[in-house]
Design a protein around this ligand. Structure first.
Ligand SMILES: Nc1nc2c(ncn2[C@@H]2O[C@H](COP(=O)(O)OP(=O)(O)OP(=O)(O)O)[C@@H](O)[C@H]2O)c(=O)[nH]1
Ligand SMILES: [Mg+2]
Length: 266
C-alpha cells in the first residue's frame, strides 16, 4: 500500500471521534486535581483545611493558562479545581474538543507541578453554555459549592483538632444546617464570617485594561497603548458576584476583536 493511501486510511481512524464546539457557545473548561485528597493530606501534608502554598500553585496554573494565547475572559479557582471561561468567539484549536481537553489538562498539570515542586495531574471537561446568563450561573454554582465545602471542611478539621477521630468528625458535620455549622465553629472559637474571602468563595482572575506609554516606530514618537493586565481577586464579592461575571462577559463581547492571538494548532 502506498504511504499516501495508508495515511488517509489511518487519518480516518484517528479523527473518527473528533468533535467541535459549535460557534456562539460559551466554553467553560473545568480542570480538577486528580487524587488531590492524597496529595494534600499525605504527600505534601498541607495546612488544613486551606493552605497558602497550595492556593498559590493553583493561582500560578490559572495565570499560566490565561496567558497561553487563548482569549479567556474569566478564571476561577476553588479547592483543587480551575474553571476558565473562554471568550464566546475564541477560536483556539479551531474549537476542537479533544485539543482543548488534552492541552488544558496538560498545561494545568505542568504549571501546577512546576509551582509546587511535586507532581500533580488534572483532568479536564468542557461545559458548553448557550448565553452569558447561563455562563454566569455556572460561576454562581461553583462559588456556592466552594462556600458549602469550605464551611464543612472548617467544621471537620476543627473537630479533628479538638480530638475527634476521622469517623466522629465526619458524623459530627453530617446533616447540619448552615446555621448549625456556623454555631459549631463559633463554639470552637472560629467566627466563619471573619475567615479570608478566598477560603469561602474562591479566587477570580480577569483582565484589567491599563493605558501605558508605548513607542510608534514608524512615526518615531511616544504613543499611549492599551495593555491588558491580569488581575487576581482574592476578595470576590458575596453579593453582586453573578452581576460581576455578566458584566465581564458583556464587556468582553464589546471588544472589537478578540485580543491575544489564538493558540495555534502545531
Ligand atoms: N490540606 C488542604 N487540602 C486541600 C486544599 N485545597 C483542596 N484540598 C483537598 O483537595 C481535595 C479535593 O477533593 P476532590 O477533588 O473531591 O478529591 P480528589 O482526591 O482530588 O479526587 P478526584 O478529583 O476524583 O481525583 C479535598 O480532599 C480537599 O480537602 C488546601 O488548601 N489544603
Ligand atoms: Mg480532585
Amino acid at each position: 500500500m502506498k504511504f499516501t493511501q495508508l495515511e488517509s486510511q489511518m487519518r480516518f481512524y484517528e479523527t473518527a471521534l473528533d468533535q467541535f464546539v459549535p460557534p456562539d457557545m460559551f466554553i467553560v473548561a473545568r480542570m480538577d486535581g486528580r487524587g488531590f485528597t492524597r496529595l494534600t493530606k499525605e504527600t505534601l501534608d498541607l495546612e488544613k483545611p486551606f493552605d497558602v502554598r497550595f492556593r498559590d500553585a493553583m493561582a500560578a496554573a490559572v495565570m499560566h493558562l490565561m496567558q497561553g494565547g487563548a482569549n479567556i475572559t474569566y478564571g476561577y479557582v476553588q479547592s483543587d479545581e480551575i474553571s476558565l471561561l473562554f471568550h464566546r468567539d475564541d477560536q483556539s484549536f479551531n474549537r476542537k474538543h479533544r485539543k482543548l481537553l488534552s492541552i488544558l489538562a496538560g498545561e494545568a498539570s505542568a504549571a501546577f507541578t512546576y509551582s509546587i515542586g511535586h507532581m500533580g495531574a488534572f483532568d479536564c471537561r468542557l461545559c458548553l453554555l448557550p448565553n452569558e446568563e447561563k455562563a454566569a450561573d455556572y460561576f454562581s454554582w461553583r462559588a456556592e459549592d466552594a462556600h458549602r465545602n469550605s464551611l464543612s471542611a472548617w467544621c471537620y478539621w476543627k473537630l479533628r483538632e479538638s480530638g475527634k477521630s476521622a469517623g466522629e468528625a465526619t458524623k459530627g458535620v453530617e446533616g447540619l444546617s448552615v446555621g448549625e455549622k456556623n454555631q459549631l465553629l463559633f463554639d470552637l472559637e472560629i467566627n466563619y464570617n471573619d475567615l479570608p474571602a478566598w477560603q469561602k468563595r474562591g479566587i477570580g482572575f480577569y483582565w484589567n485594561q491599563s493605558i501605558q506609554r508605548g513607542f510608534n516606530p514608524v512615526k518615531r514618537e511616544e504613543t499611549p497603548v492599551v495593555r491588558r493586565i491580569l488581575k487576581q481577586e482574592n476578595e470576590l464579592p458575596l453579593s453582586g458576584y453573578r452581576e460581576m461575571i455578566v458584566e465581564l462577559i458583556r464587556s468582553s463581547l464589546e471588544e472589537k476583536k478578540t485580543t491575544g492571538e489564538a493558540m495555534k494548532i502545531p
